[in-house]
Design a protein around this ligand. Sequence first.
Ligand code: HEM
Length: 248
Amino acid sequence: MSGKLATRLREGTKQSHSLAENADFIQCFLKGVVERTSYRQLLGNFHFVYSALEDQLTQHQNHPLLSQLYFPALYRQQSLATDLSYYWGPQWQTSITPSSATQHYIDRINEVAIADPILLVAHSYTRYLGDLSGGQLLKKLAQRGMNLSQGQGTAFYEFEDIQNPKTFKVTYRQSLDNLLLDESTITHIVDEANLAFKLNMELFKEVEGNLIQAIGQMIFSHLTRSRRNGQSQWSTDLGETTALQPQD
Ligand code: HEM
């Protein structure tokens, strides 16, 4: 198999994307059921994940390849701190601890940062391109689902230093394509991105318990039972236009 990294990642994680999108927690989210306890728990976990990722990306900013993907404008640590303060209060840092799936995720980030730092590309790709793509849709759903006032509790979806996420994604993909990589490294990065999707799904699975407790097993089963064919909501072919257009 050949091809540039951006396309290889897109094609090579299509199935994982579809599975992640179909995770029960995400399905409830997409149906407008966003529950505060599970949501703030997820944001707390994201804080640890993004801190690990962004610390490692910063440490490797002079790496010959990773330097080409050094985009602090993507960093979410600050926006997560703003949201965590909103959901947990000013003492949020003493209120949250990494869950076991979170610990697993950050261990993996730190492990590849030492053993094979180029694999950090996979972790950066999986989170940030996802955030840039789904952000506006998820923001609206969070606002409606939790009855949030404008500008409260949704900093995570705001990229203040990125004027146009669509254009930025083009730049990001070009930077991926410009990396001079051999076939074996490309394969490893795609494999790592698939693992990153899996690690995300473990995070979603963990917070599901709180969601079920809040909305009840019956409603949860109802919301999650009608789509078990594993199909992607945004497209079975990433080129197609669908009803869900998060960034538009
Ligand atoms: C909430 C459900 C989701 C929806 C509706 C959704 C929707 C989308 C859409 C429409 C795109 C295409 C954007 C474009 O072509 O420019 C996209 C891309 C992407 N999404 Fe998602 N997504 C969801 C969940 C996720 C999750 C949970 C992750 C990872 C944890 C993720 C990671 C990505 C990545 C990495 C891309 C970039 C694909 C590429 O062009 O290479 N998404 N998503």
